[in-house]
Design a protein around this ligand. Structure first.
Ligand SMILES: [Zn+2]
Length: 274
């Protein structure tokens, strides 16, 4: 690839970028591309030792800026919605604030993101799969809003950041034979999460950027240590060492406008012409 391109990574909360796309971001930045990180919310309802609220939102935004700097981001944008939080049963929280991202008008929120995509003349935007990964309402909303924003701005490449569910389940079942997961680690939560292997179009090797990815995760200290351990970051950091490279050495994306079965290795790659 010769030209410098611009990639916008759209995430729901600070720390989502560390888990799903940090390696790709570090790779693109190292290749000289412009990498922009957009978050819908400040994640102020995350679980942490700090009480939910403004102070937590500020702490999580500082963690996000640190992570973004480590990954080589040129710009960080927050759309300014409130974190919708997660209900006790895993769905939408009843006590969510008025301006919760999940309640935002899709068209209005998409306009805000589309402004950024246009300003940046983005060549690519990442969103989430329709299930919103493990199903957080704000993540489902990222899918809807992100897809519409790309339409409005005419962004040519839309990638759904996801995890190869089959690989993840295989790895976790294997690990379960010699490793006792903490009681809150429920394997079944992954059975319908993310995307099946056959739907994945991009497998991006980020092993060379594993150090930066780990550092990005570690920058989100409030989410790795606080709360009751139900957050994904806390769970992921409990995955035993040997599995870490397997699970975090690759990042997965689904591009819907290429034929099923397409196998690409770089976010900007286009499918071979038929
Ligand atoms: Zn999130």
């Amino acid at each position: 690839m010769s030209a410098i391109s611009t990639a916008v990574f759209f995430h729901a909360h600070p720390d989502d970028e560390a888990l799903l796309t940090a390696g790709t971001m570090a790779m693109l930045a190292a290749q000289g591309h412009r990498v922009v990180l957009v978050v819908a919310t400040a994640g102020e309802r995350g679980l942490a030792d700090l009480a939910p609220g403004e102070a937590l939102g500020e702490a999580r935004m500082s963690e996000l800026y640190r992570s973004a700097a480590l990954l080589g981001c040129a710009r960080v944008v927050k759309l300014g919605y409130a974190d919708s939080g997660l209900g006790s049963a895993g769905g939408v929280a009843d006590d969510r604030p008025d301006d919760a991202f999940i309640d935002a008008d899709t068209e209005e929120a998409a306009q805000r993101l589309a402004e950024v995509l246009k300003e940046e003349s983005a060549d690519l935007v990442t969103i989430y799969d329709p299930a919103g990964g493990y199903g957080h309402p704000d993540h489902v909303q990222v899918h809807r809003v992100g897809r519409r924003a790309a339409e409005i701005a005419g962004t040519p490449i839309v990638l759904e950041a996801t995890v190869d569910r089959d690989l993840l389940l295989r790895a976790l079942r294997l690990a379960g034979r010699f490793y006792t997961f903490p009681p809150e680690f429920d394997l079944r939560t992954f059975e319908r999460a993310y995307s099946p292997g056959e739907a994945i179009t991009h497998r991006v090797s980020v092993r060379r950027f594993a150090r930066q990815k780990r550092a990005s995760m570690a920058a989100h200290a409030s989410q790795a240590t606080g709360g009751d351990g139900d957050r994904t970051l806390g769970m992921m950091l409990k995955i035993p060492g040997p599995l870490y490279r397997l699970i975090f050495g690759t990042e997965w994306y689904v591009r819907r406008d290429v034929p099923l079965g397409t196998r690409l290795k770089h976010p900007f790659d286009n499918p071979p012409r038929a």
